[in-house]
Design a protein around this ligand. Structure first.
Ligand code: SF4
Length: 357
């Protein structure tokens, strides 16, 4: 399972440690509790990247922290940027040699960070390059948080929004995903509004119920992509386990329990889900739910999963615009830089192989 270049991390990241845990550690080390607050401020307000630079702490405490923890585990393997819209895609190398992707997308005043939650993904959606990798491992909270801190540092700007739509299924790495989201929204730390973080699931129903029952304050999106069970099973094998009606029941439970809207993402794929009839069914099936729907033309490079033609997309758009204002058609961002998840990773691996052969 380890990649050839594996170099297992010797130390845990301080970003993996929640504030409560940090407080416990300081107590165990017979340090005053306010040290935990100083460390949180250094990491998430002052954005220190080295423990040695946390000068609010004594030298001996910094040395002790340094002996047990690190602060950076991601190094940049590749970066590409769209000349058309500035979309930037990062390929990070983790301490054990695995690689993950993150994307920054600019839309008007919004700066959205699209982050990964797993190395690879077990769900095998057919239009997705990450699905072809299978699951290699879950990311730790620190590896999730660090994607945000590193991108922010590189572009010199805080994100307005964070979406868990990179590699992986967030509901299958639930605890780490939630810990990272809590850390990023801690008002005494990084301080992002919880509503600005979207957890996007391909439809892992137990995760949706848990998310609702735990009254998580983050936004929730479901990647729906078809309103026909046969088609959805073909393009998203998870649908064999969790059919559309059960998924919509879970979505309804969430909206009623939270009083909030849910977002359905709908990737337009030629030959699968982009006819006028599909548009009609999409409106019909979702109009009773407190929801909004984002329709996005597919970004895949696989010949079998292409976006529909401009004409077909226009017909789809007209049909839904006539019937629902909750549905928005989004533009493809970063098309020419392979901004859909897993594509930069796949390209990087392909180049490595062709160099070797
Ligand atoms: S689309 Fe998301 S859930 Fe599906 S295989 Fe890709 S990463 Fe996994």
């Amino acid at each position: 399972m380890n990649p050839n270049e594996s170099n297992a991390p010797a130390k845990k990241s301080l970003l993996d440690v929640s504030f409560d845990e940090l407080t416990r550690i300081m107590t165990d080390w017979e340090e005053p509790v306010f040290r935990a607050r100083q460390i949180r401020e250094a990491l998430y307000v002052q954005r220190r990247t080295r423990i040695a630079d946390i000068t609010t702490l004594s030298k001996s405490l910094r040395d002790r922290l340094n002996a047990h923890y690190t602060l950076r585990q991601l190094s940049l393997e590749a970066y590409i940027e769209s000349e058309k819209d500035g979309t930037g895609k990062y390929l990070w190398r983790l301490a054990d040699g695995y690689k993950i992707e993150s994307v920054v997308i600019y839309e008007g005043r919004r700066t959205t960070f699209c982050i990964s939650s797993q190395v690879g993904c077990p769900l095998d959606c057919k239009f997705c390059a990450t699905g072809k990798m299978g699951l290699l491992r879950n990311l730790t909270p620190g590896e999730i948080i660090e994607q945000v801190l590193q991108m922010e540092h590189r572009i010199g700007r805080r994100p307005t929004n964070i979406v868990y739509m990179g590699m992986g299924e967030p509901m299958l790495n639930y605890d780490s995903v939630m810990q990272a989201a809590e850390t990023l929204t801690d008002p005494d730390g990084y301080g992002l509004s919880p509503r600005r973080i979207t957890i996007s699931t391909s439809g892992v129903i137990p995760g949706i119920y848990r998310f609702a029952d735990e009254e998580r304050p983050f936004s929730l999106a479901i990647s729906l992509n078809s309103v026909d069970d046969d088609v959805r099973r073909q393009i998203m094998p998870i649908s064999k386990k969790y059919p559309i009606n059960d998924l919509l029941d879970a979505a309804r439970y969430y909206t009623e329990k939270s009083g909030r809207l849910i977002t359905f993402e709908y990737v337009l794929l030629d030959r699968f889900n982009s006819t006028r009839e599909d548009a009609r069914k999409l409106v019909k099936l979702t109009h009773r739910l407190r929801s909004k729907i984002n329709v996005i033309p597919c970004n895949a490079t696989d010949e079998a999963y292409r976006p529909p033609s401009a004409e077909k997309t226009a017909v789809f758009r007209e049909h839904i615009n006539e019937r629902s204002r909750r549905i928005t058609m989004r533009k493809r961002k970063g098309w020419e830089i392979q901004a859909a998840c897993g594509q930069l990773y796949a390209e990087n691996q392909r180049r490595k192989k062709s160099k070797k052969s």
